[in-house]
Design a protein around this ligand. Sequence first.
Ligand code: KG4
Ligand code: ZN
Length: 342
Amino acid sequence: MNIKAVYILGIESSCDETSASVSRNGRILSNITAGQEIHARYGGVVPELASRAHQLHIVPVIDVALKDAGITVDQLDAIAFTRGPGLIGSLLVGTSFAKGMALSLNIPLIEVNHMQAHVIANFTFREHQEGEIPDFPFLCLTVSGGHTQIVLVRDFLKMELIGQTQDDAAGEAFDKVAKMLGLPYPGGPFIDKLAADGNPFAYKFPHPHAPGLDFSFSGLKTAVLYFLKKERLLDPNFPGDKTADVCASVQETIVRILINKVRLAAKETGISIIALAGGVSANSHLRKTLTETGLEENWKTYIPDFEFCTDNAGMISAFAYHKYLAKDFCSMATTPLARLPL
Ligand code: KG4
Ligand code: ZN
């Protein structure tokens, strides 16, 4: 019997990336993302500019995603979109477009939680790509620009938040420190690059006291600020040629805070299958440290492909396939939500 393949168009517009992807039976055929350089000069995402840029990008991005996948709109079986969490103006663009397409094609509409989709990046692969996937239940450390979470993943559609940041997210800590060092936005990737030539133990920064499996990063940001102020009293050009050492030391501190909590979560839950997700999972030191800790602790560790770490629609169209199989569709009355719990 010839079973018809399921084609889903996923649309992601929660922050400053306009992205569209086509999946066939959950495998990625195309994944197209348009970034927004306009924010760099402001040192952070400007919500109003982000939603306007989404409006400009969404048609060409979807057009290229369909062409790249080699299909036409009439072959689509469902349209999926990021409902939240994110910037409301940005989410509105993707949501409205998805609704319009689903309505005109008379096919189901699937809402996706952006943070759940990040987790599912661990199951997101290109059509012929080989890759291992975690068994359920597993723990996922999801680290992005807006969130830092430890998630107990029981199934594709069954996730439980067991730890989260009480203030800044890990990505935010990277970006704010980068800003203090005069690096462009978003600074995480720049710190990663510069840190490669630095000594991670050159400077010591305090670890926060967040209870249980929760995190806190605002203290680190303040500690780095005061450290730089103090050093600049002695040398106004600080960190100058010590920039790599400062980056490596801050990065080491953030990674250590994250990994220590994962260790605790593994101990408390008795789960030794650990996955990584979110934009900060692109960080080379975090990837390396998780792999090394996994070997020490006898964990099975999983890290998404780079393409599916930072915001992308591949994770949306891949996740939507599982919702499609569960017939988990949403109505045309569904509205985007800036805050959407896991
Ligand atoms: O998941 P994401 O693309 O967007 C949100 O949902 O927030 O994450 C963006 C965050 C930014 O804070 C960015 O600086 C950080 O991920 N990031 C990195 C790296 N690549 C992206 N942080 C550290 N090292 C990297 N290589
Ligand atoms: Zn994200």
